[in-house]
Design a protein around this ligand. Structure first.
Ligand SMILES: [Zn+2]
Length: 337
């Protein structure tokens, strides 16, 4: 097959005029420019077409591209969908079930807004360590030295060491109850907006998702609670996946068939892949960086981040596009998970 490029987006908004201009996302102008670029070099297709091709049905068009949007942000409803419709394109959207059902703000997003609320990430990292120390007498936690030696380094997506440290420590390195408590303290301290109000402003609801389905958009699964599935036991994974399916049935008004699982944080293991296959998933999307050269492992598909593609239609063709166009023999740089 010709290569398939799956592009991943998160926030797409008028950043400069938004309440939190420090959020890492795509501006509207950049998004439009990137759509120009994508339309010039690729044929935008759907996950439905990819699933069909993976079963040996109709092959994908040359230089196929699927546009994916994670996390259920309201940006997708207000900014992305109108622009896709204006161009006659379809996109695929992956909201975690709990956010679309209202009231809750995910820790991963609280962290984004805590970081966006202050430019002083060195001081914020010190505050994080203070908050860890304050909890140390109740539970055995790694020392600041251990945490720093393991997590204090710049990230591949361009975060400085202190920013990447805060994200790693608060997203994964500490026990869940401890990091959730610290994230909540920091959210109250730095952002200071009622969680339910903030969540209603940040995420799409089920009614909006249904209207997107009616206009030809695809809605897939992104877990219920947006947790690292490879870090929980099989029965917990099964519950997360069942809740994901129930949510998709609610959105689609009936059992979703050939649905797509977009693993939260890209995290999956053999159990995850078996469980989603048993639950009727046709494709699985990861955050591994790369383009799809064959559909032999449809539950383990790499994606490119929006940052990997140019932001203007007239930009010079980048390596990823050259590969997709089969103009170069170079192997893709597949990052290990
Ligand atoms: Zn996500």
């Amino acid at each position: 097959m010709s290569a398939l490029t799956i592009v991943m987006y998160h926030y797409v908004r008028d950043l400069a005029r938004s309440r939190y201009p420090g959020i890492k996302g795509r501006t509207i102008e950049e998004f439009e420019g990137q759509l120009d670029y994508v339309q010039r070099h690729y044929t935008v297709t759907t996950t439905r077409a990819v699933a069909e091709a993976s079963r040996g049905g109709r092959p994908l068009p040359p230089n196929a591209c699927v546009l994916t949007f994670d996390d259920g942000f309201i940006d997708h409803y207000t900014v992305v969908v109108p622009r896709l419709l204006a161009r006659g394109l379809s996109g695929s959207f992956y909201p975690p079930a709990v956010v679309a059902n209202g009231g809750r703000l995910l820790d991963v997003h609280k962290i984004h807004f805590i970081l966006a609320a202050t430019g002083e990430h060195l001081a914020l990292a010190d505050r994080v360590i203070e908050l860890i120390d304050a909890r140390r007498r109740d539970i055995d936690l790694p020392t600041p030295e251990t945490l720093k030696s393991e997590h204090w380094r710049a990230s591949p997506v361009g975060d400085r060491a202190e920013t990447a440290f805060i994200k790693r420590v608060l997203q994964a390195a500490l026990p869940l109850a401890i990091r959730s408590g610290i994230v909540q303290s920091l959210f109250e301290e730095r952002v200071g907006v009622d969680e339910a109000v903030f969540a209603r402003e940040l995420y799409m609801d089920v009614g909006q998702l249904r209207s997107m389905v009616r206009s030809g958009m695809e809605i897939g699964g992104h877990g219920a609670e947006h947790i690292w599935l490879d870090q929980i036991a099989a029965d917990e994974q099964r519950r997360e996946i069942a809740a994901t399916c129930a949510f998709l049935a609610e959105v689609h008004g009936g059992v979703a068939v050939d649905w797509v699982m977009c693993y939260p944080y890209g995290a999956h293991d053999e159990t995850t892949r078996r469980l989603v296959a048993d639950a009727g998933a046709a494709l699985g999307l990861t955050t591994e960086k790369g383009i799809v050269r064959d559909l032999g492992a449809p539950l383990w598909l790499p994606r490119l981040d929006t940052n990997d593609l140019p932001l203007r239609g007239d930009a010079a063709t980048v390596a990823w596009t050259i590969e997709a166009l089969n103009l170069s023999g170079a192997a893709p740089v597949a990052a290990a998970r």
